[in-house]
Design a protein around this ligand. Sequence first.
Ligand code: RTP
Ligand code: MG
Length: 163
Amino acid sequence: MAERFERTFVAIKPDAVNRGLVGDIISRFEKRGFKIIGMKLLHPTLEHAQKHYAEHVGKPFYNNLINFITEGPIVAMVIEGVNVIDISRKMMGTTDPQQAAPGTIRFDYAQVKESNVVHGSDSVESAEREIAIYFKPEELFEARENDADYFIKMFGHVEEKSF
Ligand code: RTP
Ligand code: MG
């Protein structure tokens, strides 16, 4: 797979927020090296939910899905990294936690597909569309390199090396 630098929209769904799983889930993405460049706790409105899940209108699970996602606050995030769209969905596991591989977020934290803990965009187009539903451009921040590199570049003041 070509290495492409991407952004994706990730949501920690109301079930996971309610169960206190926010820290655990965020830390998985951080440990992978992905950068969180936008994040907020919000209670999705009906409009948010309908726009977000527009592709599922008319499907048998649609009403339950809309009710579920508007049930309580979610943590909405924009995450950046190499192939983050595909890799973050791999980290989440399949839609149905019963089918998900052990070690994935949905396998580890969920039992049924109706409340499966996380959402991740499934393509570049979905990511752009979903990010725009939940974030204004000014709510996203440039990802920095690690702090040392950043400050060295910024201030150019490394006086000597120890190696
Ligand atoms: P998501 O969009 O939430 O990241 O999940 P996904 O791509 O893995 O699955 P998708 O097909 O987009 O479905 C969106 C959400 O709808 C619920 N669902 N229920 N009862 C069912 O057959 C069924 N199928 C899907 C799941 O909560 C899924 O995450
Ligand atoms: Mg989906």
